[in-house]
Write a protein that binds this ligand. Structure first.
Ligand code: TEU
Ligand code: CA
Length: 633
């Protein structure tokens, strides 16, 4: 047990302690030796409390000890015979159905639109599709607010359309996973409507209701601005919502609710889906009594109250139950979206021996140290390099990691790194080499295979994302519209949600009517059609890289070792499997020329620069943003 007598090094030796301290160092952009140096690491916590009493009150330490003593397990050390289930070698492709393809010209993507693109998806060589939610929803958060878990959203089509999609995906040898949003439902779900209007209803315990007379039950904040509690005057009651006001949190401590969720999961698995991406699944277990969040922690990791639910007391129990009673009987795949979870907790949630999740999405790689999504800065790829070197230095054969840096919640990576249009093609290809050769399971987000970039939205009227709209209103009130707009434009999730760019016609082949979220510019020359016709396109190279993955087992299963780790702007690693050795070299800068470490006998399998350019620089040089893959002799 961690207490005042413990030393800093004892805290850092616990999985939660290490992740929380690493997260705080990351947010403050401070080096680890601040904690690991002998002077500090041998300090007793009682001493640290005395030294920091102006900043950290007793409430902070109470929460700190509660949190650290939640988890006494350590991640599995090694797994002598790691298994090779399909999802370890697969490449997943995430579809945001609302923006993928519109088959009935209502300006909204749908299931039959996806069906019409299965040839394209199969031509990419991807192994599995992940659909963002298509269940019945009022679309307050574009489907992440589910009104009926067993019905298809009208805008997406019918259950028959879905059954045909699933059959056609399987016929093509691909798999399909759905997005399972069960931390919360829509406020229009029958459970919630009955619970709200009938305090005696059995569904009342499916949510977190608190008496209105007592005022705001705690100081937790919503991710979509404002308090995490909505007041219903007629019923004089509050309900908890970590996200929008129309997304009330489900109470996982109530066993009948869990049983209903598991029955629904089995219903979809009986239909033949291959697994699920579980939305904010680490939030489902909240600390008993829903106590206030600590102000100091809020200042350090922004969202107030998160320490009371990001890794709650019953999380492991609920995940094991969900796996045992719903997933395992179907051998179904699971990847948990786990915001706020660090490396060590991610290992506890997804280690092969843990029987909880198969994979997690860690988000620490998405922003540079000290930065958050709405900060306007240039993302330095040297940080992404350090992230993967650190991760792989700590993982064992008992672990496996997801590899991604784009999805429907984040701006496009190319624009974060370097918005110069002249660098787009080269940088897009470099990032795809990295995504498809790093050790782990790659998740490609729609448009990444085209080199998609951020959009030039001109005002908040161009945007649809509830998070962006709420944040703009909140910031405008605080700092004025111009500053609010600059912030929202930087980090809006709508950058990744504009319709796919299928061809060079007006509307980009997505729909013949104006799309629900119009693209501000046509992005000429970057459509699928234009790139299909260009052998040097990002799309063409995506297919080349996917073919290399299929050809070389080392790229799927291989060990990883890093070369010249300390050399700035240079990132190189070896993937080895049963004698097959692949070298990947990346120049992370648009300026410097770097010396290649490839040997004379190594066979160049792929590079993103033209032969003439390479000749000019000489074979021993890596040009700016050059990526190269070699089969070592
Ligand atoms: O995202 C949760 C999440 O971590 C991010 O949305 C982030 O918290 C948010 O953008 C605020 O920074 C999942 C889904 O991916 C997202 O689309 C949903 O809006 C959210 O959960 C609620 O279901
Ligand atoms: Ca449609």
């Amino acid at each position: 047990m961690i207490n005042d007598r413990s030393r800093v090094k004892d805290v850092y030796a616990t999985p939660i302690g290490r992740d929380v301290i690493d997260k705080i160092l990351l947010q403050l952009d401070r080096p680890h030796w601040i904690i690991t140096n002998p002077l500090v690491s041998n300090l007793r916590i009682s001493r640290v409390r005395k030294l920091s009493r102006e900043h950290l009150d007793d409430a902070f330490w109470e929460t700190f000890y509660w949190l650290l003593n939640l988890e006494t397990d350590q991640p599995g050390a090694s797994n002598p015979q790691p298994a090779w289930p399909w999802w370890k070698e697969a490449v997943f492709y995430q579809i945001y159905p609302r923006s993928f393809a519109d088959s009935n010209q209502d300006g909204i993507g749908d299931i039959n639109g996806i069906r019409s693109k299965l040839d394209y998806l199969q031509s990419l060589g991807v192994d599995a599709l992940w659909l963002s939610p298509i269940y019945d929803s009022p679309n307050d958060d574009n489907g992440y607010d589910i009104r009926d878990y067993r019905a298809i959203m009208d805008e997406m089509g019918t259950m028959e359309d879905f059954d045909l999609l699933l059959e056609e995906v399987h016929e093509r040898g691909m798999r399909l996973i759905m997005d399972l949003v069960v931390n919360h439902s829509s406020d229009e779900h029958a459970w919630f409507q009955e619970a709200l209007n009938n305090p005696e209803s059995p569904y009342r315990s499916y949510y977190f209701f608190r008496p209105g007379a007592d005022g705001l039950p705690n100081n937790w904040r919503s991710y979509f601005s404002g308090p995490a509690w909505r007041y219903y005057p007629e019923q004089d009651v509050y309900t908890l919502h970590l996200f929008s006001e129309k997304q009330p949190d489900l109470n996982w401590d109530h066993e009948p609710m869990r049983q209903d969720i598991m029955e629904m999961v089995r219903w979809w698995l009986d239909k033949g889906v291959d697994g699920f991406r579980l939305d904010v699944i680490n939030y489902i277990s909240k600390r008993e009594g829903l106590p206030d969040g600590n102000d100091t922690i809020r200042e350090l990791i922004t969202f107030g109250g998160i320490e009371n639910y990001f890794y709650g007391p019953n999380l492991n129990k609920y995940l094991r139950e969900l796996r045992r009673e719903a997933f395992d009987p179907y051998d179904a795949f699971s990847v948990g979206e786990t915001p706020g979870i660090g490396l060590e907790l991610g290992r506890l949630l997804s280690g092969a021996d843990r029987k909880e999740l198969d994979l997690v999405f860690n988000f620490d790689q998405l922003e540079a140290p000290g930065k958050a999504r709405f900060d306007d800065y240039s993302y330095d790829l040297n940080y992404l390099k350090k992230y993967y070197i650190k991760y792989h230095s700590r993982l064992s054969d008992n672990d496996w990691m997801s590899i991604f840096w784009e999805n429907h919640d984040h701006p496009r990576m190319i624009s974060k790194v370097n918005p110069d249009p002249g660098q787009r093609r080269l940088l897009a290809k470099l990032l795809l080499v990295w995504l498809l050769t790093m050790k782990g399971t790659p998740f490609v987000y729609q448009g990444q295979e085209l080199g998609a970039v951020n959009q030039k939205f001109s005002s908040i009227a161009d945007m649809r994302d509830v998070e962006s709209v709420n944040l703009y209103a909140e910031l405008s009130a605080e700092q004025g519209e111009e500053s609010a707009w600059a912030t929202v434009l930087t980090g809006s999730r709508d950058h990744a949600r504009v319709p796919m760019n299928w061809d060079e016609t007006p509307g980009n082949g997505f729909s013949t009517v104006e799309a629900w979220l119009p693209r501000p510019e046509g992005d000429d020359g970057w459509s699928v059609a234009a790139q299909e016709a260009d052998p040097d396109s990002v799309l063409a190279d995506f297919r080349r890289l996917m073919a290399l993955r299929k050809q070389y087992t080392a790229l799927r299963r291989g060990s990883i070792s890093f070369i010249k780790e300390k050399r700035h702007d240079y990132f190189a690693y070896l993937r080895e499997w049963q004698g097959e050795k692949i070298l990947v070299e990346l120049n992370l800068s648009d300026l410097s020329h770097l010396r290649s470490q490839a040997s004379a006998g190594d066979k160049l399998l792929y590079t993103n620069v033209k032969p003439a350019e390479q000749e000019g620089a000489g074979r021993r040089r890596l040009l700016p943003y050059q990526a190269a893959i070699y089969l070592c002799k």
